[in-house]
Design a protein around this ligand. Structure first.
Ligand code: G3P
Length: 215
């Protein structure tokens, strides 16, 4: 399973890269806004840290506008994947990007059939949002399981990026169902390393080490 970081914070991205856990990055306008930095500047800096797909999102709502933005974003670096929302206009843009060889990630997917349409349009990546579905009383990971099954039924090549992840259990279930990628906030990545018995085990070993006679 590939692990992407869902952030526009370059320090978090550097840390994850040093841990050897970074296969790519996803951003969205909200995450870039949090940095307080110009959009293109942040995306360019991320391309210098990560050797893998980096999602940058369009903001136009019509296909022509999306396509114009997609072409500009794709010029930044070969690793840029253009994030396009799941709308009918969005799918027109995805279809055109596929013809032009621009990589796309269809975002804001909340039900499996939306994902199936994204695959049909030629999306390289599909991002079902699990946390936001859980927030409104649904089981986000069940939706991902159905999407993964549908894509397998028809042998689409699109890769599923489980997005809007809030906890290690989302990652656990994604790995069990064979989702291609999880994109995790930095704090969720850190929590994946943790287990209380690991911490107490380290403390005990250190305490016992102190009892060893020094030569
Ligand atoms: O990648 C999509 C993700 O950024 C959305 O996450 O936590 O805003 O629902 P969240």
């Amino acid at each position: 399973m590939k692990i992407f970081l869902d952030t526009a914070d370059v320090e978090e991205i550097r840390q994850a890269a040093e841990m050897g856990m970074l296969d790519g990055v996803t951003t969205n306008p909200s995450l870039v806004a949090k940095t307080g930095r110009p959009f293109a500047e942040v995306i360019k800096e991320i391309t210098t840290i990560v050797d893998g797909p980096i999602s940058a999102e369009v903001v136009a709502e019509d296909a022509e506008g999306m396509l114009r933005e997609a072409r500009e974003l794709a010029k930044i670096h070969d690793n840029i994947t253009v994030k396009i929302p799941m709308t009918a206009e969005g799918m027109k843009a995805v279809t055109r990007c596929a013809v032009e060889g621009i990589s796309t990630n269809v975002t804001l997917v909340f039900q499996p059939l939306q994902g199936l349409l994204a695959a049909k349009a030629g999306a390289n990546f599909i991002s079902p949002f699990v946390g936001r579905l859980d927030d409104v009383g649904h089981d986000g990971m069940e939706m991902v399981a159905d999407l993964v099954e549908m894509l397998l039924n028809y042998e689409y090549d699109s890769e599923v990026i489980v997005a809007s992840i809030r906890s290690p259990s989302h990652v656990y279930r994604a790995a069990l169902m064979g989702a291609d990628i999880v994109t995790v906030p930095y704090k969720v990545l850190l929590s994946l390393f943790k287990h209380p018995l690991t911490d107490t085990g380290i403390a005990k070993f250190l305490a016992d080490y102190e009892k060893i006679p020094k030569a």
